[in-house]
Design a protein around this ligand. Structure first.
Ligand code: SDX
Length: 436
């Protein structure tokens, strides 16, 4: 039986090295022994954007990008989206097993009784301009909660960690709703503990003067499914930020604010809002071929298409497409869907996209559905952040409990000057760098 090792010959010295292969990887540190002489630091790996680098061991989410497979703790996303509630999946992601009836009841009770925000939070919100982007308000307010719960800094206490986790999962919909109400200038709505997680979110968003908010069950279920689909996605950009900041033993509020900041980027969770802008720019189905040509000529991207891991159809996009049909039966069909379907039809037949294995990702259809439900595009990434809060916290827990993890501190390839003589002011030439 062949050994699980790699034999490396350094042609610079003729030296041979044998390094172990574990789980399809070699440890980068096993390359440091490869030197050309005693003063040589040893070999490093160079991997901008971590295209081929595993940063951790994780048992939370499994993705097979070629086959379009996504599983949370071994369960296919399709089954969870069909059979579970979001809080049930949140429990699975955090504790590793599906909850029984009693565990789920306690879990839902705990989350429900942490949806209230400290009254100071309303003052944070009042500090924002009325037209502030809700992602900026979300990130800032989550970070500000670090000042409301200073005990969260004790990240080594498991019970304290869980208390903060329950607080964050309970409060992110309240923060999201607060930012929406601030944008539209409506009074804030307090949580209603009689309602489910998504029904209460809708209550805090859309209750006006009626004494009791009644959510449309089709829409609250669609939101539950959307939250399940967005809950975790292994080591994506936002999760990498959560783990990197968390590795410094930063409290979970500040760490999660950094993760949400990464998610806000248009190449990441901000793509759902960009898709709607793109569909607005295209305007009609007839303009789709011209837009596709523009993209192929290198002018802009087809937002909501492509993925670092999926080189096949994103399984979440399929489920969203199916779920949106249920929503449109209630809200009326979003005419932008026709433009999106034409974009997908043409792109999937076009060699430019096929060659690059570009398929619709989770963001391609989600915004069309959110808009039909009444959300403005600026809220789309906030919705993504509510759901992904669970994944970020599950990944953070795994980080804190992983004995191999320590503060994240990558190396670099230095390309700057070697040591040089200092130049006193009087000897400096005219502007050595172009004026700003
Ligand atoms: C999310 O990682 C995760 O799991 C993320 C996420 C999660 O759940 O956390 O799944 C959520 O972020 C989904 C992705 C949302 N982003 C978008 O929809 C933005 C549009 N997509 C692209 O920017 C891009 O596809 C990325 C960022 C998603 C992935 O980029 P990669 O892996 O770095 O790929 P690349 O940019 O190197 O592209 C490879 C080629 C390039 O062309 P060539 O240089 O080979 O000629 O494909 C082209 C790119 O120009 N390309 C696109 C394209 N995406 C890639 N061309 C047109 N339209 C696109 N959308």
């Amino acid at each position: 039986m062949a050994e699980n090792t790699l034999t490396i010959t350094d042609n610079r010295t003729g030296q041979m090295y044998t390094v172990p292969v574990e789980n399809g990887t070699i440890r980068a540190m096993s390359l440091r022994q490869i030197k050309t002489g005693p003063d040589d630091f040893g070999l490093m790996t160079y991997d901008p954007a971590f295209m081929n680098t595993a940063s951790c061991r994780s048992s939370i989410t499994y993705i097979d990008g070629d086959k379009g497979i996504l599983r949370y703790r071994g369960y296919p996303i399709e089954v969870l989206a069909e059979r579970c509630t979001f809080l049930e999946v949140a429990y699975l992601l955090l504790f590793g097993e599906l909850p029984n009836q009693g565990e789920l009841k306690t879990w839902v009770y705990d989350i429900t009784h942490h949806t209230m925000l400290h009254e100071a939070t309303k003052k944070f919100m009042e500090g924002f301009r009325y037209d502030s982007h809700p992602m900026g308000m979300f990130v800032s307010t989550v970070a500000a909660l670090s000042s409301v719960y200073p005990e969260a800094r004790d990240i080594h206490d498991a019970e304290n960690r869980m208390h903060q986790i329950v607080r964050l999962i309970g409060k992110v919909p309240s923060i999201a709703a607060l930012s929406y109400r601030h944008n539209v200038g409506f009074p804030y709505v307090y949580p209603d503990n009689d309602l489910s997680y998504t029904e209460n979110f809708m209550n805090m968003l859309w209750r006006m003067v009626e004494p009791k908010y009644v959510a449309n069950p089709v829409l609250s279920r669609a939101l539950d499914i959307l939250f399940i689909l967005h809950a975790d996605h292994e080591q994506n950009c936002g999760t990498n930020a959560m783990r990197s900041v968390g590795s410094a033993q930063t409290d979970p509020y500040l760490s999660l604010a950094s993760a949400a900041s990464a998610l806000a980027g248009p190449l990441h969770g901000g793509a759902n809002e960009e898709v709607l802008k793109m569909l607005d720019e295209i305007g009609t189905k007839d303009n789709v071929p011209a837009f596709i040509k523009k993209v192929k000529d290198g002018h802009g991207k087809l937002m909501g298409f492509g993925h670092r891991i999926y080189k096949n159809y994103d399984p979440r996009a399929k489920i969203i497409k199916w779920s949106s049909e249920q929503v449109f039966e209630v809200t009326g069909r979003n005419p932008k869907l026709d433009i999106a379907l034409e974009l997908e039809r043409i792109a999937l037949e076009d060699d430019y996209f096929n060659k690059r294995k570009l398929y619709p990702n989770v963001d391609f259809y989600s915004g069309i559905m959110y808009q039909a439900m009444g959300f403005p595009p600026a809220m789309f990434t906030v919705l993504f952040a509510i759901a992904r809060t669970v994944g970020w916290l599950a990944q953070w827990q795994e980080l804190v409990n992983d004995p191999e993890q320590k503060i994240a501190r990558p190396r670099q390839i230095y390309t700057g000057y070697d040591q040089r003589e200092f130049i006193p002011m009087e000897k400096r030439a005219a502007a050595s760098v172009p004026a700003r």
